[in-house]
Design a protein around this ligand. Structure first.
Ligand code: SF4
Ligand code: SF4
Length: 388
């Protein structure tokens, strides 16, 4: 496996002023690992431009190890640290008791030898009860106070439930959301607890694109709330012939590309247990559009995707060099509320090199699209909506 990679790309985290590397690091596999392993994983990541890291793990030992690794390099990483992530006997747990939340958050600062955490994440907002306890209690106020005093630079939340996550986004408190995204989860009805299904023999869901998940991503983009992604690889199940719900396994690159092509997504946080696994994730930077293309995998589900753009860009090349997926994406977001399109969405659209108005209706894209998307019509709609 190559240890040289193309340059990292970065995306802005909403209006926070921070920009995240599109490949980030999940650190859950560093639990119970020695310093040398954590140093190899985090060191390899930093050396290759990864600057985004999630750290929810329980146990003072692993927090202290990571603190040692980051000594002298703290400013190289944007850290997501969680408010409400706790442990019982080094086993991961969560709390909605403010005193307990404070104790663990302050412990995280101490273990990392730092006086700030970039993104203070309201932990595991999956149920109605989680939402009420956190957003209608003292915990959200604690996060807001931390932000005011500069101990955190942004407020985030983590969730696996699209309905509850959307409610959290609509409070207007959040700068970012960590959400579980992969093509299989995107077919899971919002009533399903996707985490329960990670234990199943076969990782399978309905063959329907869940409208609540699709809507969440668009609402995030519309509200300027960035998404960082967990479970990008479906705990590895999407890579396995035995467990995938699709007709063939996906590659790491295809899974990462699927997540990165959802609206609002800025970074995919890949859990790595070795430097080699960091390099495998970084390999995404080196592969071309053909290798990233996931449309051949998810087209099993084309009945429900029919007419809806999945932003895969399988329809390229366009003779007018239009980025068809991006035009469709901003059209979908703008169409959520045509009378009040956020200026950021208009700006993203107008900054594209080519626009809907450049379409010459040659129809080549429509011949290639596996999902029967009416691209020519969409290009016209986008031109009318954004005026170009
Ligand atoms: S129009 Fe079709 S092929 Fe093109 S990006 Fe959308 S879904 Fe993919
Ligand atoms: S129909 Fe329009 S968008 Fe599609 S390939 Fe032709 S010029 Fe490009």
């Amino acid at each position: 496996m190559s240890t040289q990679h193309k340059a990292m790309q970065y995306r802005p985290i909403g209006t926070t002023g921070m920009s995240a590397s599109i490949i980030g690091l999940g650190t859950e596999h560093l639990d119970n690992k020695p310093f040398v392993t954590a140093d190899e994983v985090i060191g390899t990541a930093i050396d290759h431009g990864i600057n985004m890291m999630d750290l929810f793990m329980p146990g003072e030992a692993v927090r202290t190890t990571i603190g040692k690794v980051l000594s002298g390099k703290r400013d190289k990483m944007i850290i997501q640290g969680h408010i409400g992530s706790t442990d019982i006997n080094e086993q991961y747990d969560r709390s909605r008791d403010l005193t307990v939340c404070k104790k663990y958050f302050e412990n995280l600062l101490r273990c990392l030898h730092t006086d700030y955490i970039d993104c203070g994440m309201l932990f595991f907002i999956d149920s109605e009860q989680d939402f009420t306890q956190v957003f209608e209690g003292e915990i959200v106020k604690y996060a807001q106070d931390l932000k005011k005093e500069g101990t955190i630079r942004a407020i985030g939340a983590s969730s696996h439930n699209p309905i509850i996550a959307r409610r959290a986004v609509e409070t207007g408190v959040l700068d970012l959301l960590m959400f579980s995204i992969n093509p299989a989860f995107d077919m899971a009805p919002s009533s399903v607890n996707v985490l329960d299904h990670l234990e199943d023999d076969r990782f399978d869901f309905e063959k329907n694109l869940d409208p609540d998940r699709a809507a969440l991503y668009k609402v995030c983009e519309q509200s300027g709330v960035a998404i960082t992604v967990m479970k990008t690889l479906g705990a590895g199940k999407l890579l396995s012939t035995e467990h995938t719900p699709f007709s063939q396994p996906m590659t790491v690159g295809q899974c990462i590309h699927y997540a990165l092509t959802r609206p609002a997504v800025v970074s995919t946080l890949i859990g790595c247990a070795s430097g080699a696994q960091v390099h495998e994730a970084l390999g995404y930077l080196d592969i071309d559009d053909t290798e990233r293309d996931y449309s051949g995998i998810v087209k099993d589900y084309q009945g429900t995707f029919k007419g809806k753009c999945v932003y895969c860009n399988h329809c390229l090349p366009c003779p007018q060099e239009i980025n068809i997926a991006d035009v469709n994406k901003y059209l979908d977001i703008g169409a959520l509320n045509e009378k009040a399109i956020p200026p950021s969405i208009t700006q993203h659209y107008t900054s594209l090199n080519r626009h809907g108005s450049d379409c010459i209706a040659c129809g080549r894209c429509e011949e290639r699209c596996p999902f029967s998307v009416p691209v020519i019509k969409n290009m016209k709609r986008a031109a009318a909506l954004f005026g170009v």
